[in-house]
Design a binder for this molecule. Structure first.
Ligand SMILES: Cc1ncc(COP(=O)(O)O)c(C=O)c1O
Length: 480
């Protein structure tokens, strides 16, 4: 069994095994003609259930054959141009090389004595990101597992900085289309049920600052404590960007922590054409970025950045066995002092490889391309009487719904759209997302693949219309 341990004597076994795995994936990527096979839970479950984990195959090639059957064949492939559903990007090759290196070396970024250069690389990437945001000389941050954790940590710091001991009095202000991790964070932080105040958005799906001002004033009048305003720079559904400069003004006026959730919109930090869309982000107290959404990085790769490095002390605990207090005086850089996690992946390496091979402009250009693609999709939808499209894109999402000419009942239109999404998924021809707008069911394209074309979007819209029409036809048959 020792032959499976990765060490000086097994380098050749390692090379052969990993190469075998890579060959399978490469062959898969080269031949995948649809983003999904349409396999059902019922069809796939028995194949996985019948495998006895106490009966190993003892052979990598045999296990890879088995993996074909239980995973590779039926996986959802984000690299396919007709995968248009959630905020998953196709990944860039330099980052995948980084992934292979980081898992083999297996550094843990909690302490210097488990990572050495890894710590310095992560720190440099944090500095690079804070400089791109414009957070100033005292900024800092840390890589996290994702936007949810970044938001949680930012709100933890905001809570600790808030001027009250009474958690029940604290209020967080976020737009009605902000990510649900804001509410989850409030719960995890022990705040009251009413802690998150939902601020309305306009037709453009951006937070209405007049409403925010009203809510902040009301909070003050009621003797409550505004803890944070969460501005979203790229909402999950619409890609809309809240008015950051106006929100920054209000935060300053009321002395409130400004958090910018740029999990999605952070791609604009590298943009060659559209960086100005997130102007005002530099005034934030904290920022969430998800490189695994708009920097074309494999999951996980995210960071939380703060204007004032000293606020990260709210996540600091010292343990004699890991990061004793004296190490601070000795200037030993232990990233665990800044993180909610202890053992932590060296995800930063993927971004490092990406920036060193492609450059920031290379990534920014790819993100600009998907933003441009969304404009083309918008034009397509706006000109097509079969569809209602909700809002012109700022980033790369489109929310729309099929509206059959002959049907006026909104509930029936809902059902037709729900059916179309399901049928499309079952066919595997394309994958799209769904959401609700004004209580009605809509469909969504999240465009993060520069390989997707206008023709792909047009073809998927035709497929959606076809499925919806089939549903309506059968519905008529059922009624008659
Ligand atoms: C705006 C926004 N914030 C936060 C998140 C959560 O990020 P993650 O899924 O990486 O935890 C998402 C995910 O879609 C998001 O869209």
């Amino acid at each position: 069994m020792r032959s499976h341990l990765l060490n000086d004597t097994t380098a050749e076994h390692y090379r052969r095994s990993v190469t075998e795995g890579i060959e399978r994936v490469a062959a898969k990527l080269a031949t995948t003609s649809r983003p999904f096979t349409g396999v059902t839970v019922d069809a796939l479950s028995p194949r996985i259930e019948e495998i006895d984990l106490d009966e190993p195959l003892y052979d990598t090639a045999a296990v890879l054959d088995e993996l074909e059957d239980v995973y590779l064949r039926d996986a959802i492939y984000f690299h396919h141009p007709r995968y248009l559903a959630h905020l998953n990007c196709p990944v860039v090759i330099p980052a995948v090389v980084g992934e292979a290196v980081l898992s083999a070396v297996n550094s843990s970024l909690d302490t210097w004595d488990q990572s050495a250069g890894g710590t310095l690389i992560e720190r440099k990437l944090i500095d690079w990101t804070t400089a791109r945001i414009g957070l100033g000389e005292n900024a800092d941050g840390v890589f996290t597992s994702g936007g949810t954790q970044s938001n949680l940590q930012a709100l933890l710091l905001a809570r600790e900085e808030a001027k009250t001991d009474t958690a029940a009095k604290l209020r967080i202000f976020a737009s009605e289309v902000s990510h649900f991790s804001v509410k989850k964070s409030a719960k995890l932080l022990g705040l009251g049920q009413d802690a998150v105040v939902s601020v309305p958005v306009g037709a453009d799906k951006r937070m209405q600052t007049v409403a925010l001002a009203r809510e902040l004033e009301r909070c003050k009048q009621d003797g409550l404590v505004p803890m944070a305003v969460v501005a979203t720079a790229g909402t999950t559904d619409f890609g809309s960007i809240d008015p950051l400069p106006e929100i920054a003004e209000l935060c300053e006026q009321y002395g409130v922590w400004m958090h910018v959730d740029a999990a999605y919109g952070c791609g604009l930090l590298a943009s060659v054409k559209y960086r100005d869309r997130i102007d005002g982000i530099e005034r934030a107290d904290s920022v969430t970025v998800d490189y695994h959404k708009s920097f074309f990085q494999p999951v996980s790769s995210s960071a939380v950045l703060v204007r004032d490095a000293s606020t990260l002390r709210h996540a600091t605990y010292h343990a004699e066995y890991l990061n004793p207090r004296r190490m601070v005086q000795e200037r030993i850089p232990n990233q665990v002092d800044k993180s909610l996690q202890t053992t932590r992946r060296f995800d930063a390496l993927k971004l490092w490889m990406t920036l060193r091979v492609m450059g920031a402009d290379g990534i920014g250009q790819l993100f600009d391309e998907v933003c441009d693609l969304a404009v083309e999709g918008w034009q397509l939808l706006a000109a097509d009487p079969r569809f209602d499209v909700v809002v012109e894109p700022t980033l790369s999402t489109l929310v729309f719904r099929y509206i059959p000419a002959a049907v006026t009942d909104p509930a029936e239109i809902d059902r037709a759209n729900l059916y179309a999404r399901k049928a499309l998924f079952a066919s595997g021809d394309a994958v799209v997302a769904g959401t609700k707008v004004g209580g009605r069911h809509y469909l969504k394209f999240t465009l993060l693949n520069p390989e997707t074309t206008t023709d792909d979007m047009a073809a998927v819209l035709d497929l959606i219309a076809g499925h919806a029409e089939q549903y309506l036809g059968e519905s008529l048959d059922r009624a008659s």
